[in-house]
Design a protein around this ligand. Sequence first.
Ligand code: SF4
Length: 391
Amino acid sequence: MGHLSSSATLDVELQAKVSALGRGSRHDVCASTSSSRSVSGFRRIGAVSFPGVCQAFTPDGRCVSLFKTLYTNACTHSCYYCPNGAMSRGCRKYSFTPEELAKIVLKLYKENYIEGLFLSSGVGRDEERTMEEMIEAVELLRGKYGFEGYVHLKILPGVGRDHIRRAMELADRVSINIETVSSSTMGEISPSKDYLTDILRRQSFIREEMRRTPLPAGHTTQMIVGGAEERDLDIFRRAVYEYRKMGVRRVYYSAFTSIEGTPFEGRESVPLQREKRHYQLDWLHRVYGFSEKELFCVFDDEGYLPAEDPKKRLAECLLDGPVDPNTASFKELLTVPGIGPVSAGRIIRIRKRRRIESPEELSELGVALKRAWPYLLLRGWRQSTLRWWGS
Ligand code: SF4
């Protein structure tokens, strides 16, 4: 297990198991990211650096190390993209016992390798039994071993409400992956999972239980981008539904990756740029507060996102021309690429005291000038040669 083996001594068989189940979670779309591919300028959340340990961001923005693993890589479902599925080949099956997993987590935690646990799993032979064992492992950690670290527990598709309730009592965050946008697209990627019953109904249980047991880090979900024939617009609409109706804290996106040995091994992987565009769009909606209606204009006629940053398209749609930072509203400033809520707030505050006269002043206020400058007007002068405004 990488350099961990020098300190965290495990017997050979257990080490093989830890490696396999850690590796399994790297491609496991039941976890927060599925691909270990990288794209320049884009930092993945939850990227696995070596089997079992990954960096993730807590809700307050801290970067922490988590032991990210499957409980078992056996699964009776047959999701076509997943190396753990019943139709995939060439993967030796392993499973922890609750005591075994609890002891490994505790050891890594005490030796300061990790600050928490991200526990996902295949459903094993039976989702109720596997979920029960995952819960038992966390009960041992919290009760017998007094573990106070962060726990993200994956809810397995189709499990009963009692298990969901207990998982929520023990974890900081739970999640169930919706994977796709509808029952029909679920049929394209998994012949055995029922979108409405196995996924959305379980998510409703989580939302209802949140009233009784609010989770410190809320609940989240994930969608595969390009796993089925869904359009970017369909993915965005489903994400908006998840935020509004299901109350999820975050939707994560994962570009479909073709994995050898799976029924989808011959298919082309989806470029990570497409995943990145979904994160950018999500940010515009969730953090900047642009409405679903305002954001519709960033899609092309076929319902796909542009190859460039969607905020550029948004600025073209919503702004009538370059904006003067001395007179623009907060919302207009926020629409300019390179200006976020923090720099927009600073502009509003500073202009109450004096006029902003130079690009350098904007730069000092945190504006990413290279991106913003074509959309700005200062002292009646603009750099813009943008097509839609004329030059
Ligand atoms: S439910 Fe599907 S995605 Fe999750 S482990 Fe099983 S086969 Fe893989």
